[in-house]
Each structure stands twice: as C-alpha cells, then as structure tokens.
Design a protein around this ligand. Structure first.
Ligand SMILES: Nc1ncnc2c1ncn2[C@@H]1O[C@H](COP(=O)(O)OP(=O)(O)OP(=O)(O)O)[C@@H](O)[C@H]1O
Length: 269
C-alpha cells in the first residue's frame, strides 16, 4: 500500500465552526526515562492542531499513556519540550482527563460528581449555577433522567458518560482520553465514540485519545500517531471525510487508513 502522508485536511466541517475552542499541542523531541531506568518515551516529536482529534496507538507498553500524562502535565519530560498554545496556565479545568475506569465518587450522585470540578475552580458561580451547568452537561451526554442516581445505580456505559460530562463541564481547551472505552462491549464502545464526535462537533476542542482499537482511532481522529518501543513510528493524517458516521466504515478511506495504521503498528516494511 502506498504510504502517503496527506497534508492534514482542513475539513469543511471544522472550518464552518464559528469558534475553535481548543489549544494546539506541540511535542518536540520529548523523552521520559523513569527512575527505574525504563525509557518509556524516546525523542517523540508530534503535534495536534487546535480543535483537532489525534489518537495515539501502538502495542502495549510502547509509551502511549506516559505520553498522554506528559501532555497533561502529570509527568515531566526528562528531555524535550511540550508547548500548548494558547497556554494552559495550570488553572483547574483547562484540561479534561477521562481514564479507562470512570472513577466516580460513590457517595455523590451523577450530578454531584459532575459539579465537583466546578467546585474546585475558584469561580464566583453559586452552587445552584454549578448544578445547572452540570445538569446541562449531563443532558448533552444523554443522562438527563439519571442526574440523581448514584454510581452503583448506573451501568458501565452510563458511568463513562458521567465521567465524560465531568471532564467537559469546565469547558476545557484540551480533552485527554486514556483508553476510555476499553472495558465496554463493542456496541457501547461505538455509541460512546459517536458521543465524543457529537460533543466535539458542538464544541471543537483539541482531543488526544489513547486507544488499542484501530477502527476507533480511524473513525474518530484527524491524525493518528503510531508508537513503537517508546518512539513515534509514524504520524498518519486521516483522509476520511467529515462528518463521519457508520456509513464511513464500508468506504475505501476507512479501510485504507485502517490497513495503513495496522501495518505501521506491526512494523511491516
Ligand atoms: N511509573 C512508572 N515507573 C516505571 N516505569 C513505568 C511507569 N509507568 C510506565 N512505566 C513503563 O513505561 C513503559 C511505557 O508504559 P505506558 O503505560 O506508557 O505504555 P502504554 O503504551 O500506555 O501501555 P498499555 O497499552 O499497556 O497501557 C512500560 O515499559 C512501563 O512498564
């Protein structure tokens, strides 16, 4: 297959949006060596334009989560630089993070979990304003009727929806997702992938998602970064058109990009 690095297509879809609410991310020659001596990330250079979606894929242990945690500021690179523009100044709520496990507080209802980041921000909003913002967010993720349920009363998919609502309620410029749907079945996984696309369409922030699922990466991303052994193997700009839905899966750009990502992951020549 011809490996063509198409220039990142400025999709009509996004250029029609009035506001691009994301930050661009530039990682330059970033490395991280843990104190154990493991070189988890080795001179990775990659970028995500503001308001675009990038997936990080690669075999287990290749450094995807470490890369994501460095972008989040949770790990400091041993070498290299990560620049986020407009900058994230460390204020609460500027980066949303969704983990594989929804990690909700079990003694708080769905809405109380979603108000939590708002409570942690030093804003002048009242409790009832925070509740109304959280209720709106829960409505956007399809949980308008479940706001007062506790985590144990929610299904796995619903808990993940709450987790996404909690990550987005502060209107972050960057959303980081670490294998968010890995624990869910295929149908739920596709539904929640569709939800992420819907939410991004309403407010095109910058998204970086770690996933093991090539089809998910291809369906959801503008750009796919393939890592192997801590290094960036290749960055693939996804030629699939926007908007995307299930009908894209049977079309050539989907299968071509899928095969390309797969062969880079396997290290085929
Ligand atoms: N806190 C840590 N201390 C020491 N080594 C670590 C730490 N976190 C990760 N590593 C190591 O760094 C390497 C990369 O790990 P990382 O979790 O980033 O990979 P990954 O691609 O996300 O893997 P997976 O797909 O299995 O989640 C692995 O060898 C891992 O054992």
């Amino acid at each position: 297959m011809q490996r063509q690095q198409a220039k990142l297509i400025e999709s009509d879809h996004i250029s029609n949006q009035t506001t691009n609410t994301g930050s661009s991310i530039d990682c330059r020659c970033v490395s991280l060596v843990f104190s154990s001596g493991t070189r988890a990330v080795d001179e990775v250079t990659l970028s995500v334009p503001a308001g675009k979606i990038m997936s990080l894929v690669g075999p287990s242990g290749c450094g995807k989560t470490t890369m994501l945690r460095m972008i989040a500021g949770l790990e400091k690179p041993t070498a290299g630089e990560i620049q986020i523009t407009p900058s994230i100044d460390g204020a609460a709520g500027e980066i949303g993070f969704v983990f594989q496990q929804p990690s909700l507080l079990r003694w708080r209802t769905a809405i109380e979990n979603v108000t939590l980041p708002l409570e942690l921000m030093s804003s002048s909003a009242t409790q009832s304003q925070n509740r109304s913002t959280a209720a709106q967010m829960l409505q956007q993720v399809g949980l308008a009727d479940s706001v007062n349920l506790y985590p144990h009363q929610l299904s796995g998919g619903m808990r993940m929806r709450v987790s996404i609502a909690r990550a987005l309620v502060t209107q972050p410029k960057v959303l980081l997702l670490d294998e968010p749907f890995a624990a869910l079945d295929d149908t739920l996984r596709e539904q929640l992938g569709g939800l992420v696309l819907d939410l991004w369409t309403q407010r095109p922030l910058t998204i970086v998602m770690v996933t093991h699922n090539i089809a998910e990466a291809v369906m959801l991303s503008h750009r796919i970064a393939v890592m192997r052994n801590g290094k960036l193997a290749e960055t693939i700009d996804n030629p699939m058109p926007w908007p995307r839905d299930d009908s894209n899966r049977s079309q050539a750009p989907f299968s071509d990009t899928y095969q390309l990502v797969r062969s880079v992951m396997r290290g085929d020549d």
